[in-house]
Design a protein around this ligand. Structure first.
Ligand code: DWN
Ligand code: SAH
Ligand code: ZN
Length: 406
């Protein structure tokens, strides 16, 4: 039996995806013979409420010198992080010379705003290629994995932080105790932690099971996050739902007693109870919903193929690795996946080996249908792709339900 990564209670899986490749493991066609795989199973801890992967690849397999995801590929996300940074600067930073630390700073999409405002900052980003983009913009970055040990070193060399920020990375880290301890060491007594990640409640409500892949160790809720940080003398003082990544939650955390606790925290915890997030049956139902979503999507793709229609994927997301492998989508059903990220182009998708091609190939010869793998960016993409729709092109989506838009 596997043990909960937070409280060491024995847990059993509620969904087993079987053998899976790396979510971001795009590979050259000639490398597709010996692809790395691991067993992807998800469990719910009845004791502390944490939803988590039971097994995961080593961190160096996922985050390295050729990491495939560059945060700056979405213009809307750049605006989102600009607003996030403004909130931190306006509402949380003390006057004087504050110090802001961000974990998982990637290409500097968030910290560039602090740099522009002349605020002392430090990014911690182990994937060297994306960190290099940030450093080229003049953003101070350490190319290391954050941990309690690194926190001690930062305090010794640069002092404690007024704000510790993290977006879409806290939920990526199985050695979460070292992270929470590190934050408690690094944060000034009056400091604030703000992080956001895809929200368990949205995943359950929308059957967005593609948020489950190797990098996503945890699916957080206010209940499970509160429990985790309480162990380190901290508390959740506010929660703010976000529309990004298909529904996320921003958690505001401080040393216990340092800041007033917003009523939003208790309200959201009550909602979580009503959604059934602490009941095992909720996760059994989720598994059935995933199975039914898969059946519907495959029936649709097979019908379109039988009708001789061309279907192309839009956005070679990490999430799409879960969809293509769990559903069994092959290159005869989806011709290629269009993506604007140079490092993904010319490669094939993990496991399913669907070619990834530059965006221009999509625009040059529109398919009949575009399967929207980057559904979390649908507003941004729909705005850009008016011409596709006007030409008669239709979108296929699968969150919250399998549907054709057009
Ligand atoms: O949690 C994570 C989030 C922040 O980013 C990481 N573990 C990995 C990654 O997840 P993802 O790959 O599912 O993220 P996105 O943001 O959904 O990826 C969008 C993909 O689509 C990128 O490869 C860029 C591409 N894209 C595009 O081709 N045209 C994106 C947009 C907006 C576009 O217009
Ligand atoms: N914050 C960005 C990037 C999210 S992708 C955004 O929201 O768009 C997750 C990032 O976290 C990757 O760049 C990865 O290299 C980094 N990461 C993974 N483990 C980490 C750790 N222990 N410490 C710091 N960064 C880490
Ligand atoms: Zn637990």
């Amino acid at each position: 039996m596997k043990l909960c990564l937070v409280c060491a209670t024995g847990i059993t899986p509620f969904i087993d995806f079987g053998s899976m490749p790396l979510g971001n493991g795009f590979l050259l066609p000639e490398q597709s013979g010996d692809e790395y795989r691991y067993r992807m199973q998800v469990g719910f801890c009845p004791e502390c409420g944490m939803v988590q992967l039971l097994e995961q690849p080593d961190r160096e397999r996922m985050f390295h010198d050729n990491y495939a995801f560059f945060s700056g590929t979405s213009r809307f996300m750049a605006l989102h992080f600009q607003a996030f940074a403004e909130q931190v600067m306006n509402d949380f930073l003390p006057s004087g010379a504050p110090f802001v630390v961000e974990m998982g700073s990637n290409d500097g999409i968030m910290l560039q705003n602090f740099k522009a405002a002349g605020i002392r900052h430090l990014g911690i980003e182990p994937s060297k290629n994306v960190a290099q983009v940030a450093m080229d913009k003049g953003i101070s970055t350490l190319t290391e994995f954050f941990s309690a040990e690194l926190a001690r070193r930062i305090v010794a060399e640069q002092g404690q932080a007024d704000a510790f920020l993290a977006a879409n990375v806290m939920c990526h880290i199985p050695y979460i105790h070292s992270i929470a301890e590190g934050i408690s060491i690094l944060l000034k007594p009056s400091g604030v932690v703000m992080f956001e990640d895809p929200y368990l409640g949205d995943v359950i409500e929308k059957t967005s099971y593609d948020q489950i892949y190797d990098e996503h160790t945890f699916l957080f809720s206010v209940g499970s996050v509160s429990n985790l940080f309480e162990r380190y003398g901290m508390e959740v003082v506010d929660v703010q739902p976000q529309s990004t990544h298909g529904g996320s939650m921003r958690y505001v955390i401080a040393h216990r007693g340092a800041r007033p606790v917003s009523p939003n925290v208790a309200t959201q915890r009550m909602r979580e109870e009503r959604m059934g997030l602490s009941r095992p049956e909720t996760y059994e139902q989720f598994r059935r919903n995933c199975e039914s979503s898969r059946t519907q999507l495959m029936a649709l793709l097979r019908d379109l193929k039988a009708d001789g229609k061309r279907v192309v994927g839009y956005g070679a997301t990490s999430k799409s690795t879960t969809i293509t492998n769990y559903c069994g989508i092959t290159p005869d059903l989806v011709e290629f996946i269009s993506d604007t990220t140079p490092i993904k182009q010319g490669k094939v998708s993990p496991g399913a080996h669907i070619p990834v091609r530059p965006y221009e190939e999509f625009a040059r010869n529109y398919p009949d249908y575009a399967l929207l793998f980057a559904w979390n960016h649908s507003r941004e993409i729909m705005e850009k792709e008016e011409a596709f729709r006007k030409s008669g092109g239709k979108w296929i989506v699968y969150v919250p339900e399998v549907a054709i838009l057009g």
